[in-house]
Design a protein around this ligand. Structure first.
Ligand code: C5P
Length: 228
């Protein structure tokens, strides 16, 4: 797999001009663009279409958590936008996750898209200071039982996650270069550590977008990702 298909840039801003500038500047390195709550709330689906035009796969990180009917219908709308990955909280339970899986697939089919989008179950946030292993595995099992294509976890949980469900796609946020500030993240890892432990996709935001020297950050990332 090309290394850029294992790298997502988190476009965490409320300004579409800034988001699209980052997207253009960084598109040689990142294959996925992450649209999160801030950007989606500010700009709506238009930003997804613009990022797709630039050649990005779309990771829509809305971390849905509501009753199954509501999540299923919202996921269906998201499927019609052409998103590749959509996050849903595993804490919402199997029926809710299943509704998301069905809704997302139906949305893509109804829009005539040839995508096979995946619902990713969020296990625990990387800002959570500590995670109990059995609670993590229970959430992972819920994602698998509901037919999710993958899950989101910290690098620390990757090994047990891959051992339990090797068939699932693992996405890892909380990425920091060695020696950098963790900000509000608790369980951080470097790009090499996360990719080396088997992350299928790592998501990187402030380490690049808010870097004092983004070109140096990109160069460091390219070196680390090229090893995998
Ligand atoms: O700036 P930073 O690299 O910390 O950004 C991480 C991104 O990953 C944020 O957009 C955040 O919403 C997202 N994320 C996370 N933890 C999760 C799921 C997503 O930090 N469990």
């Amino acid at each position: 797999m090309r290394s850029k298909d294992r790298l997502a840039i988190a476009l965490d801003t409320d300004d579409s001009v800034e988001a699209l500038r980052w997207a253009r500047d960084f598109r040689e390195v990142f294959g996925y663009a992450k649209v999160g709550l801030e950007l989606f709330t500010s700009e709506g689906p238009g930003i997804i279409y613009a990022l797709r035009e630039l050649g990005y796969h779309i990771f829509l990180d809305l971390k849905m958590h509501d009753i199954p009917n509501t999540v299923g219908r919202a996921a269906r709308v998201a499927g019609g936008y052409g998103v590749d990955l959509l996050t849903v909280h595993t804490a919402g339970g199997v029926p809710m996750l299943r509704a998301a899986v069905e809704g997302l697939a139906q949305g893509a089919v109804s829009a005539g898209l040839e995508l096979e989008p995946r619902v990713l179950g969020v296990t625990f946030l990387t800002s959570d200071p500590a995670v109990d292993e059995s609670a993590f595995l229970a959430r992972l099992d819920a994602a698998a039982e509901a037919g999710c294509g993958g899950y989101v976890c910290a690098a620390a949980e990757l090994e047990i996650g891959k051992e339990r469900h090797p068939e699932l796609f693992a996405l890892v946020p909380g990425i920091r270069f060695k020696g950098a500030e963790a900000d509000d993240q608790s369980r951080v890892a470097t790009p090499s550590e996360a990719l080396g432990k088997g992350a299928d996709l790592i998501v990187i935001g402030r380490s690049v977008t808010r870097a004092a020297d983004p070109d140096a950050a990109l160069a460091m990332l390219k070196v680390q990702a090229a090893a995998f």
